[in-house]
Design a protein. Structure first.
Length: 182
């Protein structure tokens, strides 16, 4: 699949999911935080671009290096050595660390390869790991954008990651709403 010829389509879908997240979190008295690496703060910026986000967004950290992931978020050195910085395990520890740091109800964490270099056969550019969690459960996904889209660049990977991560926040709470019979 080609990336949308017109980035306005992607931007519109990001705006739609972001507004849904903000509205849902405010309505339910929930607070969100982020721990970002490859998106460089784009998720935080996207959330805070919605009017009223201050009612639900506590803040975010951009932990671009392994040292800062360990120091601020408590990512274990052993995790980085065994699974690498680009892994489900690292994303999971990042979201847990952010949840604890901010005292939020939900956390989003992302780490991955936005390129253009750094990819491998096992983890090509366009491989991103996202962890979304609340106090009860976690969803972790490996996103393989290189399989779905042609002509990816850093900006497109960051945009697609932002959209997917915020969609996962809604997914986290969709199951909660279903369990409650809503």
């Amino acid at each position: 699949m080609k990336f949308a010829e017109d980035d306005k389509l992607v931007t519109k879908s990001i705006d739609t999911v972001t507004k849904s997240v903000v509205k849902y979190m405010i309505k339910n008295g929930l607070r969100l935080c982020t721990a970002e690496s490859c998106t460089g703060g784009m998720i935080s910026q996207t959330v805070t671009s919605v009017a009223g986000a201050s009612e639900m967004f506590l803040g975010g950290v951009c932990t671009y290096t392994e040292q800062i992931k360990m120091k601020l978020l408590g990512v274990k050195k052993e995790t980085l050595e065994r699974f690498t910085v680009y892994s489900e395990q690292t994303a999971s520890e990042m979201s847990l660390g952010a949840l604890e740091m901010f005292g939020a109800d939900a956390a989003v964490a992302v780490t991955g390869l936005a390129g253009p270099g750094g990819g491998t056969d096992e983890k090509p550019v366009g491989t991103v790991y996202v962890s979304v969690r609340n106090r009860e459960r976690e969803i972790v996904k490996r996103l393989n954008f290189y399989e779905e889209y042609e002509n990816l660049d850093r900006r497109k990977i960051r945009m697609l990651t932002t959209k997917a991560a915020l969609g996962m926040v809604m997914e986290l709470y969709e199951n909660k709403k279903a369990e409650a019979g809503i």
